[in-house]
Design a binder for this molecule. Sequence first.
Ligand SMILES: Nc1ncnc2c1ncn2[C@@H]1O[C@H](COP(=O)(O)OP(=O)(O)OP(=O)(O)O)[C@@H](O)[C@H]1O
Ligand SMILES: [Mg+2]
Length: 288
Amino acid sequence: MNQLKISHLTVTYSNGFHAVNDLSLEIGNGMFGLLGPNGAGKSSLMKTLAGLQKCSSGTMMMNGTDISENPDYMKQNLGFLPQDFGVYPKVSAQDLLHHIALLKGISNTSERHEQVDSLLEKVNLTGFRKKEVRTFSGGMRQRFGIAQALLGNPRIVIVDEPTAGLDPGERNRFNTLLNAISKDVIIILSTHLVEDVRNLCSEMAVMDRGRILTAGEPEQLIAGLDGKIWAKSLVQQEPETAGYQVISRQLINRKLYLTVFSEDQPEGFHAVTPQLEHVYFKTLSQNI
Ligand SMILES: Nc1ncnc2c1ncn2[C@@H]1O[C@H](COP(=O)(O)OP(=O)(O)OP(=O)(O)O)[C@@H](O)[C@H]1O
Ligand SMILES: [Mg+2]
């Protein structure tokens, strides 16, 4: 069992902005979903965990080792797929994997070949191994990205919005791949797809403005809203929302619906079965 323990972590950029603000979190094996709006601090947190930038205070312990003091431990045990991979050099997928494997310290040639070949197979890129990664489609690139993240059998895999821009088929394949490796390692997944967190993650958190607003098992967080979510269709832009905790105004089948949180049934509203999306919107609406 692996354990990542983040305590009172603060990440401050040079302009003085706290992108991560006194954040504490404990994560074990399995898939952990990180939800949060644009600018919440997800990538800042992930890049700091990956050792690409320093924190200004707090601690990050991986299996009992302080990873700020001992960055090599994290380097040896981490697979990271950043939100923006940047530019790829003019080399084939296979050669690039070998190069990254060497950087990760897999110096034994036969071991390296074995890993590269088996990962190319795993992500369905064996037939494209001689092609340059920069000529790949978005989905192929992300599959290559997960292959490079898995080199060296990491104990912790961090993937930052890995399925953004993928078609539904590619997204399913990518998610299935992540799920298959998630049993024995920590996977931290950031995404804007609430549905993916619901389907893939055993634990999750909602983050905004550098802080964790709520964390737990998706099922439990949803169960906490049982009998408390109500909706009605809005004929026009009705202003009469005072007194309700509004969760969302959303188009469903081209009709505008107002969804609110309330212990009792508000007049004119019908009951709605809570979904993870309600947890997300309710959590954020409390943080205004
Ligand atoms: N290098 C930087 N210097 C100053 N501010 C930064 C820097 N990088 C990010 N920020 C700010 O930190 C905040 C968090 O950004 P971050 O990229 O971590 O958010 P995010 O949750 O990953 O968002 P998204 O969902 O859009 O990817 C934002 O307000 C952003 O503008
Ligand atoms: Mg981001």
